[in-house]
Design a protein around this ligand. Structure first.
Ligand SMILES: *Cc1c(COP(=O)(O)O)cnc(C)c1O
Length: 360
């Protein structure tokens, strides 16, 4: 029995992808072995990684002059990987701070002898807003402007792509990548941990414009050096093979289901359904400023927090799992990534309506 899993990550995966992986697990592509057991340098796996990269490139429309890298250490490793690859000691770098993930990225950058300029900081709003478009200016000598398009914990999302002028824009897209079309050419670097919308945890996809490469500090560990690592054609060490295989299956699933355009429409409809239910009720509240509401992570509180535990118990019984909010925000959080069908959101809305009617 499959539940509707609202976890923020690792998150629900598309059922057809899981079924395909299950069916191939003991004998993958006629090898008599699972994909977990084959050499990462064998031709079957090399072709699998190349196909995962090519499919992801097609789905996202990644231009030719960008490299796609499959790295390890999750998105968190890139909080260090980015300064190590793109800066020299003493350089200026700019960050937008809109939540706990961007704050972690800032903190890590401070370890690398940089002038870290936080050009907008939403901490004072308890991370319930994004800066108004055009309200901040980016030092034009900065090596990059880093931001988090979707803050997974706060449920706060930018409704626009920040204008960094001539400065390279760097995005931690962990919880929004593949959720709708995105113009890769506006970015210098996009990175994302896979476990929200792309596959298993541990894998991090980095999409980087080639002209930014070649500046890695000599102290950069090779596994974080973008010029030494790649998706498919030069495997410096053993890549997370199963995660790469699954990412490929997910990219094909997206392609077979109308690509990012169709996914964006489905995600918009899901978010509208859930926010509509929250807004129509005096019992449920979403703390985020309206224009900054996330399509992917929807935190909400109950008017009476004493009912939280009952709400969660009833939800679990109804097959709706992992709705407990992040410990720093409290209340509930429903993460409704690509793999969550609208039927799952409708089931949640029905449960919320019912709970309010009988318990509030
Ligand atoms: C989950 C998440 C991370 C951390 O990813 P790990 O793979 O656990 O390192 C970083 N940034 C954002 C926006 C996230 O949602």
């Amino acid at each position: 029995m499959r539940v509707y899993n609202f976890s923020a990550g690792p998150a629900q995966l598309p059922l057809p992808v899981l079924e395909r992986a299950a069916s191939e697990l003991t004998d993958w592509s006629g090898s008599g072995m699972s994909v977990l057991e084959v050499s990462h340098r064998g031709k079957d796996f090399v072709a699998c990684a190349a196909d995962a990269e090519a499919t992801l490139r097609r789905v996202m429309g990644v231009p030719e002059d960008y490299r796609v890298l499959f790295l390890q250490g999750g998105a968190t490793a890139q909080f260090a990987g980015i300064p190590l690859n793109l800066t020299a000691p003493g350089d200026t770098v700019a960050y937008l701070n809109t939540g706990q993930w961007s704050a972690k990225a800032v903190e890590q950058a401070r370890a690398y002898d940089l002038d870290v300029v936080v050009v907008a900081d939403e901490a004072a709003s308890s991370y319930t807003t994004t800066p108004e478009e055009g309200s901040f200016s980016v030092p034009q000598d900065a090596r990059y402007l880093h931001y988090t398009p979707n803050e997974t914990i706060g449920g706060v999302e930018f409704g626009y792509v920040p204008d960094a002028g001539d400065v390279a824009l760097v995005a931690d897209a962990s919880s929004t990548i593949l959720s709708r079309p995105l113009d890769v050419s506006r970015y210098g670097l996009i990175y994302a941990g896979a476990q929200k919308n792309m596959g298993p945890s541990g894998l991090c996809v980095v999409i980087v414009r080639e002209d930014l490469l070649g500046r890695a500090r000599t102290t950069t560990p090779v596994v974080l050096d973008y010029t030494r690592m790649s998706a498919a054609d030069s495997m410096l060490n053993t890549p997370p093979t199963f995660a790469v295989y699954l990412l490929g299956l997910i990219a094909h699933w997206l392609e077979d289901n109308g690509g990012l355009e169709a996914m964006g429409e489905r995600n918009r409809a899901k978010a509208e359904l859930l926010y509509g239910a929250v807004d129509a009720s005096d019992f449920y509240t979403n703390p985020v400023q309206e224009r900054s509401r996330s399509w992917m992570n929807v935190p909400f509180t109950l008017a009476d927090p004493a009912l939280d535990a009952d709400f969660l118990l009833g939800a679990q019984a109804a097959g709706l799992t992992n709705l407990k909010g992040h410990r720093s925000v409290g209340g509930m959080r429903a993460s409704i990534y690509n793999a969550m069908p609208i039927e799952g959101v409708q089931a949640l809305v029905d449960y919320m309506t019912d709970f309010e009617a009988t318990r509030a």
